[in-house]
Design a binder for this molecule. Structure first.
Ligand code: PLA
Length: 414
């Protein structure tokens, strides 16, 4: 029979090869498959409590309770660019409420699907409307940056950023590469807590980077996925972005509330495009809608409503800053615990970078073979580039990690 024959025939997808797992999210897949009770996931950058549990911030619960109790709320579609209150407050959070761009209405903000979605919408907009279809990413960078921009149709190149020898910023190399990039290139910058290195420019260096970018007429595109996680202060962590916006020039900013409000799965973020005049900003907004509408029509309402409430209520906002500082401080204390544990074991090498690096991650300098050894023998799950999510560590798991690093470095057997 014809139906049977066609059912028996080769699948229309027989030509597909098995794709590899994602280098970061695939670590969680492998971790979940491991039945061992002592396993530790330090792959994805997701905050855990001292008990190793995901954390829902108290302000988030309070905001959700208010939303639930408020019978005037509904589940109607949001506008294409999302919740207006959320957009306004997100922009003010990163730019400052007295920002010239805000006061002069020179910007448009669109609620997007967390940081990734904001980057992608920005990239799609650039691919359609910006003359120079070339973006420069730091080496190294969050791996997904390459795919986000390439899939949107931009060419991707890199600029020097991290110096393996000094384990610090290759400031000269960075300025040279920015200076040599074709005029008008898009330059992707991590607003703070650079992922994966944990190395950020100083305020003076940011000023030098700003000048180098503006001198060449480049377009800065900030990825702000960790505001509040670097220093514990929302304002301090916005310094780089504000330095650029203060000069009156244009820039793109992708914001994520995944980490700083613990809203990972709610997918809350924003893309802001700062223009030279309010007239341009209005036209940018009209075109931005045309980019978004065929992609996902409009963004989800729940997470953005939580953020809008927290940012808009003095009481919730101040509680948030305390909880945020609590998370940042716990991460910093884990840096000290891990450093001390390595010192106590006499692990060869200079581990001061674990103390110096900023944000959620430690870029340990461990190589792929050492990481694979640690996963195999100690069930420590982490990315192959030697990055450790310090936010996933606890007092209980530090000794195991230190043992694993010690064994990996000294070539000892587990
Ligand atoms: N930008 C940077 C620099 C990031 O590190 C991440 C997340 C994002 C954007 C996107 O986050 P969002 O879409 O969830 O808002 N990086 C994680 C997770 C925490 C991931 O890879 O998706 C990481 O482990 O690197």
């Amino acid at each position: 029979m014809e139906a049977t024959a066609s059912a028996a025939a080769a699948s229309v997808f027989d030509h597909l090869e098995q794709a590899p797992e994602d280098p970061i999210l695939g670590i969680t897949v492998a971790y979940n498959k491991d039945p061992h009770p002592g396993k530790v996931n330090l792959g994805v950058g997701a905050y855990r409590t001292e008990e190793g549990k995901p954390l829902i911030l108290n302000v988030v619960r309070r905001a959700e309770e208010r939303l639930l109790a408020d019978r005037s709320k509904n589940k109607e579609y949001l506008p294409i660019t999302g919740l207006a209150d959320f957009n306004k407050r997100s922009a003010m959070l990163i730019l400052g409420s007295d920002s010239p761009a805000v006061v002069e209405k020179r910007l448009v903000t669109a609620q997007c699907l967390s940081g990734t979605g904001s980057l992608r919408v920005g990239a799609e907009f650039l691919a359609r409307h910006y003359g120079v279809k070339l973006v420069f990413l730091p080496t190294p960078t969050w791996g997904n940056h390459f795919k986000v921009f390439m899939n949107a149709g931009l060419a991707v190149k890199t600029y020097r950023y991290y110096d393996n020898k000094t384990r610090g910023l290759d400031y000269e190399g960075m300025l040279e590469d920015i200076g040599a990039a074709p005029s008008g290139s898009v330059i992707l910058l991590h607003a703070c807590a650079h992922n994966p290195t944990g190395v950020d420019p100083t305020p003076q260096q940011w000023e030098g980077i700003r000048q180098a970018i503006r001198n060449r007429g480049h377009l800065p595109f900030f990825d702000s996925a960790y505001q509040g996680f670097a220093s514990g202060s929302l304002d301090k962590d916005a310094l780089a972005v504000r330095t650029f916006v203060a000069d009156g020039g244009e820039c793109f900013i992708a914001q994520s509330f995944a980490k700083n409000m613990g809203l990972y799965g709610e997918r809350v973020g924003a893309l802001s495009i700062v223009s030279k005049s309010s007239g341009v900003a209005t036209r940018v907004e009209s075109q931005l809608k045309l980019v978004i509408r065929p992609m996902y029509s409009n963004p989800p309402i729940h997470g953005a409503s939580i953020v809008a409430l927290v940012l808009g209520d003095g009481d919730l906002f101040s509680e948030w800053t305390v909880e945020l500082k609590g998370m940042a401080d716990r991460i910093i204390s884990m840096r000290h615990k891990l450093y001390d544990a390595l010192r106590a074991r006499g692990t060869p090498g200079d581990w001061t970078h674990i103390l110096k690096q900023i944000g959620m991650f430690s870029f340990t300098g461990l190589n792929k073979e050492q990481v694979q050894f640690m996963t195999r023998e100690y069930r420590i799950y982490m990315t192959l580039d030697g990055r450790i999510s310090m936010a996933g560590l606890s007092l209980k798991t530090v000794p195991l990690l230190a043992d694993a690093i010690h064994a990996a470095v000294t070539g000892a057997k587990a």
